[in-house]
Design a binder for this molecule. Structure first.
Ligand code: PEP
Ligand code: MN
Length: 342
């Protein structure tokens, strides 16, 4: 529930409400606005009658949160959350594009791609060092070596990096290098991993599970947030349906639905969402039109030789053309593309 304190509430009033709630086992999330303080309280609301809380000095009103996810809900926080990653802000008027290969394959491949995507206007660099592959015989990623290469690319280009953390064991090493933890679709309901990234101070890009409902996805975000880390970026990456032509079915309506239900930023991954490079640009344009706060796009200097996800990777030329289209589309929607060209 949310306890809205009155404008006249003193620090002592706020403290008393907090103490009362904590005594009943609630966890408290305080948000001090310019005009008034709002106390978010998560716990068993049968422990304390709403009317009793409302009668406490300094309390203006008590509003129950009806959704099963609380901290992630619009009811809890109405204004959009903006996530800061070095010099980048995701969730405001500006749309950001995260680009790079599916996997870090070599130093040359990654550095070349990093320079090219930056040149085209990407503002963050992606690349997997620990890869969740469907087959145990497929390339599994370079591990820490891949993270070092990503860090070198960041050094050279200034682009913050986004890379996947697959398990709790590799979390400390990924933490050492990354700017944003990517939680892959297959791990969306790995609740222990969600809790652990929730205990860190780095932003988390949370992919939607291949068969997760929007509610389950937001509850996954809630795991991270309830562990103390509010910096969650949601990522729609397609869900599994009966359709076979595309790798997944990209649910662009989820972007709008999440915007209604949550204050968290939401970005779209048209690469995994479709599995086909020919569909990546049209779906990117549609994602921006649908109100996405950003895109994450796989780009490879030579897709036919990629060790993973070549068929869905854009060439640097195609990526540049797409960026030029998005730069024109965004203003029509009252937004602008962040472009950090060299
Ligand atoms: C990826 O980003 O390369 C990836 C494996 O994505 P997902 O978890 O969405 O399948
Ligand atoms: Mn991939």
């Amino acid at each position: 529930m949310i306890i809205v304190m009155s404008r006249e509430a003193t620090d002592e009033h706020i403290e008393n409400v907090k103490r009362r709630l904590e005594k009943e086992g609630f966890s408290i999330h305080l948000s001090k606005g310019v005009a008034r303080t709002v106390i978010g309280a998560i716990g068993d609301k049968t422990r304390i009658p709403l009317l009793a809380l409302e009668a406490m000095p300094g309390v203006e009103k008590v509003v129950p949160i009806l959704q099963p996810y609380k901290l992630a809900s619009r009811e809890f926080k109405d204004e959009p959350t903006i996530i800061k990653i070095r010099n980048v802000e995701i969730g405001g008027d500006t749309i950001h594009v995260i680009a790079g290969p599916c996997a870090v394959e070599s130093r040359e491949q990654l550095l070349e791609t990093a320079h090219m995507v930056k040149e085209a206007g990407a503002t963050l660099l992606r690349g997997g060092a620990f890869k969740p592959r469907t087959s145990p015989y497929s390339f599994q990623g370079l591990g820490e070596e891949g993270l070092k290469i990503l860090a070198e690319a960041r050094e050279e280009t200034g682009l913050p990096i986004v890379t996947e953390v697959m398990d709790i064991e590799s979390l400390p090493v990924v933490y050492e290098y990354t700017d944003v933890f990517q939680i892959g679709a297959r791990n969306m309901q790995n609740f222990n991993l969600l809790r652990k990234v929730g205990e860190t101070d780095k932003p988390v890009l949370l992919k939607r599970g291949p068969s997760a409902t929007i509610e389950e996805w937001l509850l996954a975000a809630e795991y991270i947030m309830s562990s103390g880390n509010y910096q969650v970026i949601l990522c729609e990456r397609g869900i599994r349906t009966f359709e076979q032509f595309t790798r997944n079915t990209l649910d662009l309506s989820a972007v709008c639905a999440v915007k209604m239900l949550s204050h968290l930023p939401v970005i779209v991954d048209p690469s995994h969402g479709t599995g086909k490079w020919q569909l990546v640009s049209p779906m990117s344009r549609a994602a921006v039109a649908a109100g996405a706060d950003g895109l994450i796009i796989e780009v490879h200097p030579n897709p036919s030789e990629a060790l993973s996800d070549g068929p869905q990777s854009l060439t640097p030329d195609n990526f540049r053309d797409l960026m030029n289209e998005l730069i024109q589309i965004a203003p029509v929607l009252g937004r602008k593309m962040a472009v950090d060209r060299e």
